[in-house]
Design a protein. Structure first.
Length: 121
């Protein structure tokens, strides 16, 4: 019998620095799904919008995979923001010099699962 791993959604190659998105992800880790979505919808950060899409996708995967589940039964079990590739651009400066401008990307992975808090876990 396979071990229960939850329902996963991954968003890749998102234009946003992982350093700016990780603090937003830390706010919703291990929170119930409705509470996590309420927090994300009321945040002004770009990272909140990116994470919100991924969390919705993971919840949709859970509801499609298990018909007995309801949105109120889900919680965000894991969320992590990995670093993606960097777009390197030339930033021209004075006196004929140039700097490298790194446009950072990230990959967001969200795992939602059934609420196990009342089950004694």
């Amino acid at each position: 019998m396979r071990e229960k791993t939850g329902y996963r959604a991954i968003s890749k190659y998102l234009m946003g620095s992982p350093y700016k998105i990780r603090p937003v992800a830390d706010l919703i880790r291990r929170k119930p799904y409705p509470e996590a979505m309420a927090v994300l919808e009321n945040m002004p950060h770009k990272g909140a919008r990116l994470i919100s899409k991924t969390v919705k996708s993971a919840a949709s995967n859970a509801l499609a995979g298990n018909k007995q589940l309801d949105e109120d039964m889900l919680y965000v079990r894991e969320i992590f923001v990995d670093e993606g590739p960097r777009l390197k651009r030339v930033w021209f400066r004075g006196r004929g010099r140039a700097d490298m401008l790194l446009k950072r990307m990230c990959h967001i992975t969200v795992v939602v699962d059934e609420t196990a808090r009342s089950g004694g876990k």
